[in-house]
Design a protein around this ligand. Structure first.
Ligand code: IPE
Ligand code: MG
Length: 229
């Protein structure tokens, strides 16, 4: 969800204004995904690197995160959406951690859209924490080296319970992954849009899906093999 700051600055406003409008845009995207019966939507709200931003902006983003978690979770629940926060949650204040736990608990049995919010998240962190989990098992003698396979590592990485990521959308004009779901994006289609996040609407989301639908996904095979199924 990139481009909040530039969107605000282009209107002569403070970056905070952009983040607030970014939340509106996010609400719209969640409704769209839910209505289209998309199985899972993972949004990058705050990266491990975003702490390096000016203190005032970080504080404001945390406040916004806290407020939005509180104000939106009932609505999410009403729409049968299952919320999960992925990332190093221990890096947040106690008060935010509590809110996160409550929000996840309330929605844990919902069967609609799986909404994952990546917060204090980094793809490298995710792979590292998974490696650590397996190393722990080896240390305890519960896992042998030969049992460390791609599947076994996958199972320790976030979102393992969900189908593989099909499509990654980045707004704001940059063509980068910026430490998002590094492991999970191995075979995802990458879609980059110049639209700044607060302007990303249902039509823009649909455009991305249309481009995705037109792609042939070969997963390493040839076109001919794919055609034969
Ligand atoms: C993305 O918008 C939102 C967050 C990282 C929280 P930016 O804040 O990165 O906006 P630009 O890239 O400066 O326009
Ligand atoms: Mg940015």
């Amino acid at each position: 969800m990139d481009g909040n700051g530039r969107w605000a600055e282009s209107k002569g406003k403070h970056r905070v204004f952009g983040h607030k409008h970014g939340v509106k845009s996010l609400r719209r995207a969640i409704s769209f995904a839910s209505e289209k019966q998309i199985q899972a939507l993972t949004i990058y709200a705050f990266s491990s690197e975003n702490w390096k931003r000016p203190e005032k902006e970080v504080t404001m983003l945390m406040e916004l995160f806290f407020t939005v978690l509180g104000s939106e979770v009932k609505k999410l629940h009403k729409h049968n959406i299952k919320l999960k926060i992925i990332g190093e949650v221990s890096g947040f204040s106690e008060r935010i951690q509590k809110k996160i736990a409550q929000a996840e608990k309330l929605t844990e049995n919902n069967s609609g859209l799986a909404l994952n919010v990546a917060a204090n998240y980094g793809g490298r962190w995710d792979i590292t924490q998974a490696a650590k989990q397996l190393a722990g098992l080896v240390q305890k003698g519960e896992l042998t080296l030969d049992e460390i396979t791609e599947d076994r590592l996958s199972s320790a990485i976030n979102l393992d319970q969900l189908p593989a990521v099909d499509l990654m959308i980045r707004t704001g004009g940059d063509h980068r992954i910026s430490n998002f779901l590094l492991w999970q994006l191995a075979y995802a289609e990458l879609y980059f849009s110049d639209i700044l996040w607060p302007d990303f609407n249902a039509q823009a989301f649909q455009d991305a899906l249309d481009v995705f639908s037109g792609k042939e996904r070969r997963f390493g095979q040839t076109s001919e093999q794919v055609a034969l199924g």
